[in-house]
Design a protein around this ligand. Structure first.
Ligand SMILES: [Zn+2]
Length: 375
């Protein structure tokens, strides 16, 4: 097995940066330490665990709803942004369309992804509420149940790793319990749940909140609702879109300072990396202007954010160091999803690595020890 040693970078190891060598062998991290043996590859900048995007609809013209080819194209595009694992994310759609998308992602997993690793699917819908639908087409909404899930996921139910559900819907309790037992991580989103309903749902196994403050009731001082639950209940991780549009920078700072377990996501749609214009998102027309995607009615419709930019933005918005922002887009996401073989730079884990230059732009991306992007 091919072995090489990355030398010269500040390595994020055990929660802080230090200059050390990282030896890669057989697609895994073999050792982290000083003066390791092997062919040396000189690098400079910051070596991070590869970034993990658990909520992404599309990028560079491709959308996860289009099936296997589009997911492959997303996989190839994402390594430019330091992303080494992602969950292609579905939109609210009919049963056949959803099944085709989930099965398409599974096909790529089986064949082997060409770039960033497809680590499963995030189904954002159709077990969603009507009131805070955002850019989701609520005509496709269905009540949560394992029967409906089986129809929607078809032969690919085993690759669904994350599902967004409105926990106040009838049937949610049984569904959340059953999904959690199967190892699926359940996230509350597009929801009008009360704080008390959220508390109960955590007891059923609810583990995440989908894009904090977006697609949910607002935080009121006498009715803290979903945001209040996300920021205070232990056991919940909460997704944040740090693009400066979906949330005011101070709101990101507030969320981080609450001590909640923040996970950075992009929620990006296919116009990401392309020019302003008219695009499609889950069958709805989206107008992208100045990088901001909206439906004709004005609702925000996904983002054009990339995950390395989310890391940089989080540093600035929340006044946190790179090591903390990077963890929000790597180790914390892996831990919440139960992806125990990645998310940190440590011996035995997959050699999924993202090298940032001194300017914090992505300089190199390794997936399973293979150099798949170089600036
Ligand atoms: Zn989304």
């Amino acid at each position: 097995m091919e072995r090489f040693v990355l030398r010269g970078a500040q390595v994020l190891y055990g929660g802080s940066f230090g200059e050390m060598d990282v030896a890669v062998e057989g697609g895994r991290i073999a050792q982290v330490g000083q003066r390791l043996n092997g062919d040396v590859l000189r690098v400079e900048g910051y070596l991070l665990p590869g970034l993990i995007d658990e909520h992404i609809h599309g990028i560079c013209g491709s959308d996860a709803m289009q099936g296997a080819q589009a997911v492959e194209a997303m996989s190839r595009s994402l390594v430019r942004h330091g992303v080494t694992s992602f969950l292609p994310t579905t939109m609210n759609a009919g049963v056949e369309e959803t099944r085709a998308a989930v099965e398409g992602a599974k096909e790529v997993m089986r064949a082997g992804s060409p770039g960033a690793f497809v680590a499963g699917v995030h189904m954002e819908g159709p077990f969603l509420g009507e009131k805070y639908r955002g850019a989701q087409d609520s005509r496709a909404n269905l009540p949560p149940s394992m029967e409906n899930f089986a129809r929607l996921a078809g032969g690919a139910a085993d690759v669904v790793r994350l599902i967004t559900v409105a926990p106040e819907l009838p049937g949610a309790q049984d569904f959340i319990r059953a999904a959690t037992r199967r190892g699926i991580v359940v996230s509350a989103g597009h929801t009008d749940a009360t704080y008390e309903e959220m508390e109960a749902a955590v007891g059923w196994g609810l583990a995440q909140v989908t894009h904090l403050f977006n697609g949910m009731n607002p935080l009121h001082h006498r009715a803290p609702g979903v945001p209040g639950a996300a920021l205070t209940l232990s056991g919940l991780a909460t997704q944040v879109i740090a693009d400066g549009v979906h949330l005011h920078p101070a709101t990101v700072r507030l969320a981080v300072r609450s001590g909640a377990n923040i996970l950075l996501i992009t929620d990006s749609m296919r116009a990401t990396g392309l020019e302003d214009g008219v695009y499609d998102l889950g069958g709805q027309t989206v107008y992208v202007s100045g990088g901001v995607a909206r439906l004709a009615a004005g609702n925000l419709a996904g983002s054009t954010l990339t995950l390395e930019r989310a890391v940089k933005n989080a540093m600035r918005f929340a006044e946190i160091p790179l090591e903390e922002a990077a963890a929000m887009a790597s180790s914390r996401v892996a831990a919440s999803l139960g992806l125990n073989d990645r998310g940190e730079i440590a011996p035995g884990l997959r050699a999924d690595l993202c090298l940032l230059g001194q300017d914090l732009e992505v300089a190199k991306t390794f997936v399973g020890g293979k150099l798949l992007f170089e600036r």
